[in-house]
Structures are given as structure tokens and as C-alpha cells.
Design a protein around this ligand. Structure first.
Ligand code: GDP
Ligand code: GDP
Length: 439
């Protein structure tokens, strides 16, 4: 199911990232805290009234070649206008309306996108009165909030969800037998070349299924009896000038593609390596529990000697610490080297991501693991793991019932995860562990 995207827009210092963190926080704490992923994040999944949505802090999107604040806010607003379902425009009650606010408001008004105007730093009743001037922006009713004091957030989210309900249908395009694949990565790493190489001659088999709700530009492919659906992302098709401009926005589009996918191909240019932006997007895929394959493309251009792939893989593992489980495939879309291997790796990873293990077998593995390396102790109490069960697939999710969740240590959880991986593989998929007190 595709989650609606809510983009936070506003000038620096109005409190966007504070608000983002408040909205993201509850959810983030459930997911394991992985260094390098949770820090400095752009995206997070949040929930209100049982509906999940993705929030983006556009202030965190790197806009190339500009030091001018006004330019970057305008660009961020344009990204939001293009890609988000609802825009959350944040202003500052203490400064009142600034020229930059007015300029962004003008852009937003023209866009016809649903907009919620939140006036932040309304920490007290006095400031709440001052928000009336914000009607002048012509964006409807300003909602007073205080991100730091957690005031007004419920009303604000109600308004956001109202707009979401009006604009985004709850799609359900689940088809169990079809593997949905998203190609992500920076512009020019070779996504469209790989896509064309993979899809090329298979085009004729493409069938149009009537009555299914999906983007017309997704491409179904059948290979060795397995159906795949390649989800469209920016840069997958041959480009003209306009598409090149839009490439900048590809991270937001990638995010949406990741949400809808089962398996993500993170395409890396062999010569350029991994960038910060790459880490953020693939970190999102990791948290979303998707199968992940690292595809190092343009391998034909890389100066190789013996052991090159080993060393390259080692470097990748250092850069992407949280992705130790992801297989690495070295390809060239130009010479077609190993391109034909991708479908089987995709299929394999999708199976791993959807693997279900019987309760008795899991408990045996955990018991053995605890015998080899006893659970941690804290203040004289030892952690006891009573029972483990798998509650979900995609990603495999385990609930561990213990005497006291606080004694569970991150490193011990990692140890158990490794034991599960040794026993069952789970190659290419994140694993989630939920620690619960049994009473
Ligand atoms: P951003 O640049 O828009 O992301 O803004 P930040 O989230 O970094 O916040 C800028 C400053 O405003 C920080 O010092 C925050 O602590 C402060 N701030 C954020 N929200 C509030 C609020 O609701 N009330 C008050 N008084 N300060 C806030
Ligand atoms: P995208 O923006 O990620 O979709 O990248 P493209 O597929 O458009 O590729 C960008 C450029 O890299 C094009 O000029 C391609 O011909 C070139 N390219 C793509 N894959 C390879 C490869 O494996 N080897 C070499 N040498 N060039 C490649």
C-alpha cells in the first residue's frame, strides 16, 4: 500500500526539524536505533488515526549549487509541490510573516496542492492571538502549534489527515505472486540503462491487466515463469531536458517507489561510490523492511586487479554498516556483464524477505544461542528470554517475550540477530525484533 507523503516546508529556523522529530519520534523508537540511519534523517513514517504517512523535512534536502537561502527554500517548496500529497507549511509566530514566507505562500497557492498552514512557536495564549495575521498569506486557517511544547499537534494532524483522505485513495495493489522492484540511486548511475537491459527483449510479454490500480508507467516483466513489476522511478526512462530537471526530485520519487516495492536495487556507480544521499534513501528502505540488493554498475569502467571485488565489497560494508545482509552484484549495463543474474537474485531476496520460520525451530536456535553466550545482566538481574515467535513477514519480524525488556542490550540483540541469520539466511532482508515483557 502506498503511504501518503506529507512534506514540511518553511524557511530556516521556524522549527521544521523540531516538528519533524516530534512527529517521527514515536515510530522511530520501535525500530532499532542504527548509527548513521537515524541521525540526520529526511524521512520518517508516522501515524495518526490509524493511517500511516511519510513525512519529509524538505529543509534537509540538499539543493546543489546554491548558498542563497531564498533560492533553496523556493526549490524545496517546488519539490514538495511536485511530489508531496499534502504540504505542511510552517511559519514562526514570533517573527510574523516575512518576505520569504509570502513568496513561498505565493508559490504554494498557485500549485493547487492541499496545504496546511501551521504557525509554530505559539507556546502560549499570547502568541496564539498573534497568529491571525497569517490569514494574510491566503492559505486558509492558520493552525497555532508549538513543536517544543507539543501543543496543537493533534488539531494540525487532523487537518492533514482530512486533506489526505480527500486526495489519496487507499490503494491496495497487493499481488502475492508478483515481485515489485524499485531501482534507486543518484542520477547517472545507470538506472535506466540497467532497466532497459533487463526489460529490453522481454517487452513483448508485457501484458496489460484490466482493472488493476497501478501507475501506468510501471513495467511488468516475466522471467523464467516469475512475474516482476518494475516500479517507475525518476531516471528510469530515456530523458529529455525536462526529465533532467526533474531528476533533482528523484529522491522523493524514489521514496514512494521504495514504499510500494518488495525489493530495492540500490544502484551505485562503481567509480563514484556511495554518497550521503544514497545512504539516506537506502536507510529508508532498510527501515521500511524491504529486500535490498546493492548493484555496483559500470564495473567495466573500474580499474581491476585480483581481489578488486572483495576489496570493493569490504569498503561498501564499511560505508553501509547497517546493510551487512545485502548481497552485492557487480554489473555493467553496457557490456551486459552479470545483468542476466539480477532476476534470480531479486527472486531469492524476495523469498528471504517473505520467509516464515516455525516457532519451535526459532526457539531452539535462540535457546542454543543463549547457552553459548548467556543473556546480559543488569543490577544483579539476568535477562530471561521465555519465548520467541515470528509475527510478520516482509520483513521477518520476531517478538521476544522476556522478563524485563530494559535488560536487553543492543549488542545482545545484534548477537541474536546474527544467530538467526546463521541459521536461516535472511539474506538481503532486514530483520525486526520486538522485545516485550511477559507478565
Ligand atoms: P528549522 O531550521 O526550520 O528546521 O528549525 P529548527 O527545528 O532547527 O528550530 C529552530 C529553533 O527554533 C530551535 O532553536 C528550536 O528549539 C526552536 N523551536 C522549534 N519549535 C519551537 C517552538 O514550538 N517554540 C519555541 N519557543 N521554539 C521552537
Ligand atoms: P540513470 O540516470 O541512473 O538512469 O543513468 P543512465 O542509465 O541514464 O546512465 C547514465 C550514463 O552512464 C549513460 O551515458 C550511460 O550510457 C552510462 N552507463 C550506464 N551504465 C553503464 C555501464 O555499466 N558502463 C558504462 N561504461 N557506462 C554506463
Amino acid at each position: 500500500m502506498s503511504k501518503p507523503i506529507v512534506a514540511i516546508v518553511g524557511r530556516p529556523n521556524v522549527g521544521k526539524s523540531t516538528l519533524f522529530n516530534v512527529l517521527a519520534n514515536e515510530r522511530i523508537s520501535i525500530v532499532e536505533d542504527i548509527p548513521g540511519v537515524t541521525r540526520d534523517r529526511l524521512y520518517a513514517t508516522s501515524e495518526w488515526l490509524d493511517r500511516e504517512f511519510v513525512i519529509i523535512d524538505t529543509g534537509g534536502i540538499e539543493i546543489a549549487n546554491t548558498d542563497k537561502i531564498a533560492v533553496s527554500i523556493r526549490e524545496q517548496a517546488q519539490i514538495a509541490i511536485r511530489e508531496a500529497d499534502v504540504i505542511l507549511f510552517v511559519c514562526d509566530a514570533r517573527t510574523g510573516i516575512t518576505d520569504e514566507d509570502a513568496e513561498v505562500a505565493k508559490l504554494l497557492r498557485k500549485s493547487k496542492k492541499p496545504i496546511i498552514l501551521a504557525v509554530n512557536k505559539a507556546d502560549s495564549f499570547k502568541q496564539e492571538m498573534e497568529i491571525f495575521e497569517f490569514y494574510n498569506l491566503g492559505l486558509g486557517e492558520p493552525i497555532p502549534i508549538s513543536a517544543t511544547n507539543h501543543l496543537g499537534l493533534g488539531d494540525m494532524l487532523d487537518s492533514v489527515m482530512d486533506k489526505v483522505q480527500q486526495t489519496v485513495p487507499q490503494l491496495n495493489d497487493e499481488d502475492e505472486d508478483e515481485i515489485k522492484v524499485a531501482l534507486i540511486g543518484r542520477p547517472n548511475v545507470g538506472k535506466s540503462s540497467i532497466f532497459n537491459a533487463l526489460v529490453g527483449e522481454e517487452r513483448s510479454i508485457v501484458s496489460d491487466q484490466a482493472g488493476t490500480t497501478r501507475d501506468a508507467i510501471d513495467t511488468p516483466v516475466v522471467k523464467d515463469g516469475q512475474r516482476y513489476l518494475f516500479i517507475d522511478t525518476a531516471g528510469m526512462r530515456r530523458k529529455g531536458k525536462i526529465e533532467e530537471l526533474i531528476e533533482k526530485y528523484s529522491i522523493v520519487r524514489s521514496l514512494r517507489a521504495v514504499d510500494r516495492s518488495d525489493v530495492v536495487l540500490m544502484v551505485i556507480d562503481a567509480v563514484d561510490g556511495v554518497t550521503e544521499q544514497d545512504k539516506k534513501i537506502v536507510g529508508y528502505a532498510h527501515e521500511a523492511g524491504k529486500g535490498i540488493i546493492l548493484v555496483v554498475n559500470k564495473w567495466d569502467l573500474y580499474k581491476k586487479d585480483t581481489g578488486s571485488t572483495l576489496r570493493y565489497t569490504e569498503e561498501l560494508r564499511k560505508e553501509l554498516v547497517f546493510l551487512q545482509y545485502a548481497p552485492v552484484v557487480y554489473v555493467s549495463a553496457v557490456t551486459m556483464q552479470r545483468i542476466h543474474r539480477l532476476p534470480e537474485v531479486i527472486k531469492y531476496v524476495a523469498e528471504q524477505n517473505a520467509m516464515r520460520i516455525s516457532t519451535s525451530v526459532i526457539n531452539q536456535i535462540i535457546e542454543d544461542a543463549c547457552a553459548i553466550n548467556p543473556p546480559p545482566t543488569d543490577k544483579g538481574r539476568q535477562l530471561k528470554i521465555y519465548f520467541v515467535t515470528q509475527v510478520k513477514i516482509k520483513p521477518p519480524t520476531f517478538v521476544l517475550f522476556v522478563n524485563n525488556p530494559e535488560i536487553m542490550h543492543f549488542s545482545y540483540q545484534r548477537y541474536l540477530e546474527n544467530k538467526l541469520r546463521e541459521a536461516f539466511g535472511f539474506e538481503g532482508t532486514p530483520i525486526q525484533m520486538i522485545i516485550r515483557a511477559k507478565n
